[in-house]
Design a protein around this ligand. Structure first.
Ligand code: CAO
Length: 441
């Protein structure tokens, strides 16, 4: 009998991905590629597949554990014809049956790490947030239970982790805790300075007083969406402008490509054309691929054209990134869109698949609606919302003609983009999509 471990593969550098679901138990037969656990990092949830076939002898992790690359997940009695060199083992442990899982969570630390004699430990987070000098008043960041990315963010925000009560497993401080703390601090310090600038909290309502209710806890992804949306909405002065692109010719061309698309095993939707048109507009309007520096004193121009694409999944909204859109053909883009959307829906995206975008496209074209105002995915400064195309009567100077019109909505960060910039960007997009010959210029 050969016992081997399956370990966590490269998960894009995430060091505290949480086990949110166990998909196997001791005694289960498994095959190569069968999912063992679901991990959720700050950016994504992903199924971790087995690299071995055989029978599970032991599951080394439990829900709530946090893992990094290389952590053992299960011990497998490998089917004899499967114990080949291709099997992934822990190189440091060739006869590997670990006593305990190499969980990355700092194991024995108490949840709240302020020394017991310090009075702060008795205070609630809101009491701490209202301390007059919260950053200087003596929290103990170093001994707080938090991962490296949270510590980095705390340093960027100038927040002492010692003041924050973590809501994660065993009191771990999560990014959400930092954002909540920061929002509380902002509302409490801003109120006296500018009358009415504090953000009033929404009163809690006892919904059960009006009828039956059910409560469903948010997933980590759901909570992340809450935080990100609120951060964008509160930080970014949004303006949205609208236009329609005449895609009658584009649609006719797509229809001509249908048979070839089938032969190639793909589909040519409007999305590759939209991405391509955005790439050209981003190339020619560099401010749209800029971000404000953290101190607000400079603009950082990205010299690459990576575009995020919002994908609607049962778990929530995720935004995988299509890289180097300007360098890819429409067929390449079509294939990549299908692959990324499929991976998003199957929860197979890695954190790095969702990083590095300079701009985002959110298409509700297949779902419906005549228009919506997308929220900028800050620190990006622009996002294009695409609604459902419809045939409309369009005046050509002599008569009304039936034309297929695609509604576009461009939201932008008005700190960086002014109306003229946005007008030029949108006009270029509309021109490209209305006359697709221009996509090759
Ligand atoms: N108008 C009319 N029809 C459209 C259209 C539009 N704007 N966009 C797509 N369609 C059509 C496609 O052409 C396709 O039909 P055919 O096969 O007959 O050509 C059909 O709708 C299905 O398209 P699709 O949705 O599968 O593919 P896509 O390339 O257009 O979009 C993706 C891919 C991943 C963007 C999309 O599936 C999706 O998830 N959209 C939701 C994004 C979202 O949730 N945004 C909101 C974020 S803010 O909360």
């Amino acid at each position: 009998m050969v016992k081997q471990q399956v370990t966590v593969p490269d998960i894009g550098g995430a060091e505290d991905a949480e086990v949110i679901e166990l998909l196997v138990a001791a005694g289960d037969p498994i095959t190569v590629e069968q999912s063992l656990i679901v991990l959720e990092s700050d950016k994504a949830s992903m199924d971790i597949p087995s690299t071995l076939a055989g029978t599970i002898l032991e599951v080394l992790v439990k829900e709530g554990d946090t893992l990094a690359e290389g952590a053992p997940i299960v011990v497998v009695e490998v089917a004899s014809d499967e114990s080949t060199p291709a099997v992934e083992t822990n190189a440091a442990d060739p006869e590997p049956v670990a006593e305990s899982p190499a969980v990355v969570a700092e194991p024995a630390k108490p949840p709240a790490a302020v020394a017991p004699e310090e009075p702060q430990i008795q205070s609630t987070p809101s009491e701490r947030a209202s301390a007059a000098e919260p950053v200087a008043a003596g929290g103990d960041s170093a001994s707080v239970y938090a991962g490296p990315s949270v510590r980095k963010l705390a340093r960027e925000f100038g927040i002492d982790l010692g003041f924050i009560e973590g809501s994660g497993p065993r009191g771990r401080v999560l990014k959400e805790d930092l954002h909540r703390f920061s929002a509380q601090r902002m509302s409490q310090t801003a109120a006296p300075a500018i009358a009415g600038a504090g953000i009033p909290s929404v009163p809690e309502v006892d919904f059960a007083a009006f009828g039956d209710v059910t409560t469903e806890p948010l997933t980590k992804l759901g909570k992340l969406i809450v935080t990100n949306m609120q951060r964008s909405w509160l930080n970014v002065p949004h303006v949205t402008q609208f236009d329609d692109a005449d895609i009658t010719d584009l649609d006719a061309f797509r229809a001509e490509l249908k048979a070839e698309a089938e032969q190639r095993g793909t589909r040519m939707t409007p999305m590759p054309f939209i991405l391509k048109a955005c790439a050209i507009a981003l190339r020619d309007n560099p401010k749209f691929r800029a971000s404000l520096s953290g101190d607000g004193n400079s603009l950082i121009y990205k010299q690459y054209i990576h575009i995020g694409m919002a994908v609607d999944t049962p778990a929530g909204l995720v935004v995988p990134v299509v890289r180097d859109v300007d360098k890819k053909t429409l067929w390449q883009l079509a294939k990549e869109i299908i692959a990324l959307a499929g991976n998003a829906r199957d929860r197979k995206l890695k954190p790095q698949d969702m990083q590095g975008a300079c701009f985002t496209v959110s298409s509700l074209g297949n779902i419906g609606g005549t228009g919506f105002t997308p929220i900028v995915n800050t620190p990006e400064v622009g996002i294009l919302g695409v609604s459902k195309a419809a045939v409309k009567p369009v005046w050509d100077g002599a008569e009304f003609k039936p034309r297929k019109m695609l509604p576009l909505a461009l939201s932008y960060d008005h700190r960086v983009i002014n109306g003229g910039d946005a007008g030029r960007f949108m006009s270029q997009l509309v021109t490209q999509l209305s006359d697709i010959r221009r996509l090759i210029l």
